[in-house]
Design a binder for this molecule. Structure first.
Ligand SMILES: [Zn+2]
Length: 142
């Protein structure tokens, strides 16, 4: 039997007996060893203090590549939204009515943007009025 001094990811130290070092390694890998204070299964040997310190200082993050592609995608969406905003007239909640008036030739033909509920957008499409959603979260104002 081996007595190991262990430390969990929250810094609780405790002692636990294992049949041998392989048993500890296997149980730790299977997350079968848990902290008696907080039940965290992220435990390691207390003597591996440098590892634990680095572990807690650097929160686990998704791979950098994912971060970068997400940032690039967000930038593209922002750019597209700015282009849409610059080339269209904001009619806010009057969008469904205004789109219909333009379609029927009652209003000046121009590019507009605004808000429409799912039902309103569906109705417009069914009437053959060409609309498309703006990517990203809905605009805050209007
Ligand atoms: Zn703990």
């Amino acid at each position: 039997m081996i007595l190991y001094r262990l430390i969990c990811s929250r810094g609780h130290e405790f002692e636990s007996w294992f049949r041998d070092s392989e048993t500890y390694d296997r149980q730790a890998a299977q997350r079968a060893v848990s902290c008696p204070y907080c039940h965290s299964t992220e435990v390691s040997k207390a003597i591996m203090a440098p590892h634990v310190a680095r572990w807690t200082e650097e929160p686990r993050r998704p791979p950098a590549l994912l971060d970068e592609s997400q940032a690039a995608l967000r930038a593209m969406i922002r750019e597209l939204r700015e282009k849409i905003a610059a080339s269209t007239e904001d009619v806010g909640s009057r969008f469904p009515d205004e789109a219909r008036r333009i379609h029927d030739g009652e209003a000046e033909a121009r590019a507009i943007r605004g808000r429409a509920s799912f039902e309103e957008a569906k109705a417009l499409l069914e009437e053959g009025i060409e609309i498309s959603p703006i990517p990203g979260p809905p605009e805050e104002s209007h």
